[in-house]
Design a protein around this ligand. Structure first.
Ligand SMILES: Cc1cc2nc3c(=O)[nH]c(=O)nc-3n(C[C@H](O)[C@H](O)[C@H](O)COP(=O)(O)OP(=O)(O)OC[C@H]3O[C@@H](n4cnc5c(N)ncnc54)[C@H](O)[C@@H]3O)c2cc1C
Length: 468
């Protein structure tokens, strides 16, 4: 651990049992799951931006990973992740996007409503919640972690008995000296994407002209004829939870590091430039878009991977493809490997590889415990996995499920005085099941084609989710 601060001089802001760093999908659920276990354990959640959700609200509008892809989808995530969706469903802010290929059926939501849902659940659970506050340094203070944060009020110290690193970039683990692999160290890092939204789209006209398939053809042609220098020919555009609006995952910025501020600046600039190249293309080439324009860019460029911590267990591609269900599994995943990478010709390429058989594997507890850690967990896109395994196990139903397991594990470790790396996983699994987490491969879901969450979820799972 290499600290630049004289920690004694930094004013103490709080002493807490569990500190969660980063309020993305993984961090919010980690804090909620921990706080939901009882008020004798104090929980604090700190976030550098002014709103919760991380990638889930900065740039996206679809939870993937609740269902396996294919013609016989299975619902494989539950508990707190269900509760988030149920909250969105209560106000009519979700619909399902049935999809047998790609990542499978998506749960589309209104990201602005999701910010409110995160805020309200966090407050209801009595979590100490601090926005606009960034972790910048870490030290050990006796048996507690001394975490230094910066915000407009200056430097502040929080002492915590347990820490859950949900910063996406493993900032806590980096500062605390845990080992990690940098994206790009072995395989090319996944590219970054500025997402954008367009309004005033004539969706009927778009669908009648051929929808997605037509769009793919138009992109190929626009590049082949040189009419539009699109950086990626396979971008997607989908209907949003707002009338006549679409959201895209099309921009592609490769070869720059999101951990280097100068490179990240260049990535932000390039991402915005590309978004408007796409706007030109949509308006002039795609039926239904003539009168549309960009109404929003993602809050920041979307970062798929930076640091992946070396954990007590490292999830590998072979484990995913073998569909292993290890005894110490804490959640399931069925998403294909979806690697947004640069092809050999320098062109864009997204590599897909599906999980065979029932299309599901279990993820071991050790993937959320940094190697040798007694009091720290790491969740979300910086958990312990190889590049390929990470490319499968990074959808938000899974990042929320990791957060859920870590929040519960942190509470158990305090109550039972257990270390993170030797924690008894059976009681953890029992609590997970009680909350509605799915640890056993369920039957296929009969019909995900109708819009609406409750309509598409087997009653048994729905009932379990309501007890969460
Ligand atoms: C372009 C793109 C498209 C994707 N499409 C989909 C999709 O359609 N569906 C899907 O399910 N998944 C998708 N994914 C994957 C998925 O969104 C992410 O893997 C997941 O959201 C990561 O969640 P997280 O909580 O681990 O990290 P993040 O969402 O990155 O959250 C980390 C949080 O920590 C905060 N933070 C960071 N550093 C600090 C610090 N030092 N101090 C305090 N706070 C800090 C951040 O501000 C952020 O709020 C996509 C990813 C990208 C990039």
């Amino acid at each position: 651990m290499n600290t630049i601060f004289n920690h004694q001089q930094v004013p103490l802001l709080a002493e807490v049992d569990i500190l969660v760093i980063g309020a993305g999908s993984a961090g919010c659920v980690a804090a909620l799951a921990a706080a939901g276990q009882g008020t004798e354990v104090s929980v604090m959640l700190v976030e550098r931006y002014g709103f919760p959700g991380g990638t889930s609200t900065q740039m996206l509008d679809t939870f993937y990973g609740f269902f396996t892809p294919g013609n016989v989808p299975r619902k494989i995530a539950g508990g707190w992740p269900d509760r988030i969706v149920n909250e969105l469903e209560r106000t009519g802010d979700i619909f399902l996007r049935p999809n047998t290929y790609g990542a499978g059926t998506g749960v589309n939501y209104n990201p602005e409503r999701l910010k409110l849902v995160w805020d309200q659940l966090i407050q209801q659970q009595g979590i100490r919640y601090l926005l606009h506050t960034t972790l910048i340094d870490v030290t050990l203070d006796g048996e507690r972690h001394g975490c230094i944060f910066w915000n407009k009020g200056g430097f502040h110290k929080v002492l915590a008995r347990r820490v859950i690193d949900a910063s996406g970039d493993a900032d806590f683990c980096h500062l605390a000296g845990f080992a990690y692999e940098l994206a790009g160290e072995h395989e090319p890092a996944q590219s970054m994407t500025t997402t954008f939204r367009m309004s005033n789209v004539a969706l009927d006209e778009y669908e009648q002209a051929g929808g997605k398939k037509m769009l793919a053809r138009q992109m190929q042609e626009a590049v082949a004829t040189g009419r539009h220098p699109l950086p990626r020919k396979e971008g997607s555009a989908h209907e949003m939870n707002a009338r006549n609006c679409i959201s895209t995952v099309a921009v592609k910025v490769a070869g720059l590091s999101a951990l280097n501020a100068e490179e990240l600046t260049n990535a932000e600039v390039e991402g915005r430039r590309q978004a408007f190249v796409y706007e030109d293309f949509f308006r002039s080439e795609v039926p239904g878009f003539a009168q549309s324009n960009i109404i929003g860019l993602s809050h920041q460029i979307g970062v798929r991977e930076t640091r992946r911590v070396y954990g007590e267990h490292r999830l590998t591609k072979d484990e995913c493809l073998a569909g292993l269900l290890p005894d110490d599994r804490i959640f399931l995943c069925g998403a294909p490997i979806e690697d947004h990478r640069q092809g050999a010709d320098g062109q864009d390429e997204t590599y897909w590889e599906y999980i065979p058989g029932p299309g599901v594997y279990g993820v071991p507890y050790g993937t959320i415990v940094p190697k040798g850690s007694q009091t720290v967990w790491v969740v979300g896109r910086c958990f312990s996995a190889t590049h390929d395994a990470h490319a499968s196990c990074r959808s938000m139903a899974q990042t929320m499920s990791m957060g859920q397991a870590a929040g519960l594990a942190a509470v158990q470790s305090i109550r039972q005085n257990e270390a993170a790396n030797t924690l008894n996983v059976q009681p953890l699994q029992q609590t997970l099941r009680q909350l509605g987490a799915v640890l056993d491969v369920p039957d296929a879901v009969a019909d995900t084609s109708r819009h609406g969450w409750k309509n598409n979820v087997p009653d048994s799972l729905l009932k379990r989710s309501q007890t969460a």
